[in-house]
Design a protein around this ligand. Structure first.
Ligand SMILES: [Zn+2]
Length: 237
């Protein structure tokens, strides 16, 4: 069966940071890939003078350019406000709609349990947690449950069972994807997000280092890897 991937992030650039090496590898192996960006990205600048509408446009264009590089079939942009994402029925309905529309075998999302990482001196963005939580709720149970959002059935959007959930994870990963052949492509995709980084070289080197470290955790070791917590799901009996 053809692998269909849906990677879901909160902001333009999330997917490129967390899993685009994996997406590129799977696409190379014949998968169809789709991105879903939940917020408008309107807080992603320290320059308070850029109008929201302009920043949203710039960031969507950057994300589209990065996705095109990876051979992604389509990027869906929702317009939930950056920094205000909540796991609401309205958000879940939009995610369920897209899951039922493209019928992914694999969904990729952020880790909803990651608040901070004291080892890496890092506090996670609340939108990342909320996007992970909403995505997980949609993968199970809502996208597969006919009685959730029954109005979607009238649009021909039938329940869909996702087979595999990959949760992007730095600290708790139990599943490593070898991205040694796609890391250069990933760093190129990251460089598309010009509005986000003052020193793109420094940032891409940091990501390269993280993916190298993930590769060291894999068994057997890999040159470069992206780490996930992998959950496979059974079809209903
Ligand atoms: Zn983000």
């Amino acid at each position: 069966m053809k692998q269909i991937i849906l990677a879901i992030g909160a902001h333009p650039d999330d997917i490129d940071i967390g899993c685009s090496g994996t997406v590129a590898k799977f696409v190379k192996e014949g998968a169809d890939a789709f991105y879903l960006v939940l917020t408008d990205g309107s807080k992603g600048s320290e320059d308070a003078k850029i109008p929201n509408r302009e920043l949203i446009k710039i960031r969507q264009a950057e994300q589209q350019e990065a996705a095109d590089l990876m051979g992604v079939k389509q990027v869906f942009f929702l317009d939930f406000v950056d920094g205000e994402l909540e796991n609401t029925p309205a958000l879940r309905k939009q995610i369920v709609k897209i899951i039922r529309q493209i019928k992914p075998t694999t969904v990729i999302c952020w880790d909803p349990t990651l608040f901070y990482d004291a080892d890496r001196m890092f506090i996670n963005h609340p939108d990342h947690r909320k996007s992970g939580e909403a995505t997980m709720d949609c993968v199970y149970p809502f996208a597969r449950n006919a009685r959730t959002f029954p109005e979607l059935l009238d649009e021909g959007l039938e329940p869909h069972v996702v087979e595999e959930l990959l949760i992007m994870s730095f600290g708790k990963a139990n599943y490593f994807v070898d991205i040694s052949e796609t890391i250069d492509k990933k760093l190129k995709a990251l460089a598309c997000h010009k509005s986000q980084f003052n020193d793109i070289k420094k940032f891409t080197e940091m990501i390269r280092g993280m993916n190298k470290m993930a590769g060291q955790k894999a068994k057997p070791k890999l040159k470069f890897a992206e780490g996930f917590i992998r959950i496979t799901l059974r079809k209903p009996n």
